[in-house]
Design a protein around this ligand. Structure first.
Ligand SMILES: Nc1ncnc2c1ncn2[C@@H]1O[C@H](COP(=O)(O)OP(=O)(O)O)[C@@H](O)[C@H]1O
Ligand SMILES: [Mg+2]
Length: 275
C-alpha cells in the first residue's frame, strides 16, 4: 500500500503541530521517530481519518483520506497510543466484540480471531480474562485487534511504550513478521524500535520533518563519531558526536547517533535564526 503525504499542515488554534510535511511510504515497516510532542500522534490521527488536516493532502492507495474517509477506514487497522480493554472479558470475547464492530460476518469471526491470536502468539491465552494480562500481552492483543479484517495498512502509535526489554523485542518481531507485503506505520521515540525492523524512517521534531529515507542513511548525513578510551582504575569508552577529542579515533556511527545529530542540527538552526 502506497501512501503519499504532501505539504501536510495541522493547526490546533494558534499552535502548528505539523508544519508542511511531505513524505512517501511504501510496503513493509515504516518508522516515525521523534521525541514527545513532535507531532507523531497528530500525523497518525490524520492518516487514520480521525483528524482533518488544516491543509495539504494524504493519499492512501490512490484514495484521498479527506475526500473518502470511509473507504480508507475499511482498509485500515489501527492501534492508538492509549487504549483500554474491559478487564473482565477474555481475549476471545474482546476480539469477537471488535470483529462485530468491524462488520466481519458471524460465520467468519471465530476463524479470523484464531488467525490473529496465532499471529501475536496468544492462542493459549485466549480464554484468560484481560485483567490478568501483562502489558506486553495487552500490546500484542492491541495488535491482534488491529489485524482483524486482514487489512493492508496497519498504523500503530508508540506500541512499545511501557514494555520491558524482552517484551519489546518479542513485540517488534511480531510486527516485522506481519509486515511482509503489508504496510505497517509505527511511531516511536526509541531508535532501537526502528533499527531492528524498519525499511524506512522519518524523523519528526517540533512539528517538522527533518529526515526521511532508509535507516542507514540517517547516519550518512555528515555524522562524525569518535571513540576514545580512558583508564582510571576501570576502563571507560567515550563516543563523541562531532569534534574529535585527544587520542580518539573515528568510528562507524550508529543510527541512534545519526538521529541525535539530526535533532541537534535542528536546535542549532533554530537558535541561530532566533538571534
Ligand atoms: N487536540 C489538541 N489541541 C491542542 N494541542 C494539541 C492537541 N493534540 C496535540 N496537541 C499538541 O500538539 C503537539 C504534538 O502532539 P502529538 O501529536 O501528540 O505529539 P507526539 O505524539 O509526537 O508526542 C503537542 O505540543 C501537543 O501538546
Ligand atoms: Mg503520541
Amino acid at each position: 500500500m502506497d501512501i503519499q503525504i504532501r505539504h501536510l499542515v495541522k493547526q490546533y488554534g494558534s499552535y502548528r503541530a505539523l508544519d508542511d510535511s511531505s513524505l512517501s511510504i511504501g510496503a513493509g515497516m515504516f518508522g516515525l521517530l521523534g521525541p514527545n510532542g513532535a507531532g507523531k500522534t497528530t500525523f497518525m490521527r490524520i492518516l487514520t481519518t480521525q483528524l482533518v488536516p488544516t491543509s495539504g493532502e494524504v493519499v492512501v492507495g490512490g484514495v484521498d483520506v479527506e475526500r473518502e474517509p470511509s473507504a480508507i477506514r475499511q482498509q485500515l487497522g489501527y492501534l492508538p497510543q492509549e487504549f483500554g480493554f474491559y478487564q473482565s472479558l477474555s481475549a476471545f470475547a474482546m476480539l469477537d466484540y471488535i470483529a462485530a464492530m468491524k462488520n466481519i460476518p458471524c460465520a467468519q469471526r471465530a476463524q479470523e480471531i484464531e488467525r490473529v491470536l496465532h499471529e501475536v502468539n496468544l492462542t493459549s491465552e485466549a480464554k484468560r480474562k484481560l485483567g490478568g494480562y501483562s502489558s506486553g500481552m495487552k500490546q500484542r492483543l492491541g495488535i491482534a485487534q488491529s489485524m482483524l479484517g486482514n487489512h493492508q495498512l496497519l498504523v500503530v502509535d508508540e506500541p512499545t511504550v511501557g514494555l520491558d526489554p524482552e517484551e519489546r523485542i518479542r513485540f517488534r518481531n511480531v510486527l516485522a513478521r506481519i509486515a511482509g507485503q503489508r504496510t505497517v506505520v509505527l511511531s516511536t521515540h526509541i531508535v532501537a524500535d526502528i533499527e531492528a525492523s524498519c525499511s524506512g524512517v522519518a524523523v519528526l521534531r517540533r512539528s517538522k520533518l527533518l529526515f526521511s529515507g532508509p535507516p542507514a542513511k540517517l547516519v550518512q548525513a555528515g555524522c562524525s563519531v569518535f571513540s576514545s578510551m580512558t583508564q582510571h582504575g576501570s576502563t571507560a569508552t567515550l563516543r563523541v558526536l562531532g569534534e574529535p577529542a585527544l587520542g580518539s579515533v573515528e568510528v562507524e556511527p550508529a543510527i541512534e547517533e545519526g538521529y541525535l545529530l539530526h535533532l541537534r542540527t535542528q536546535t542549532a538552526r533554530r537558535s541561530a535564526s532566533s538571534d
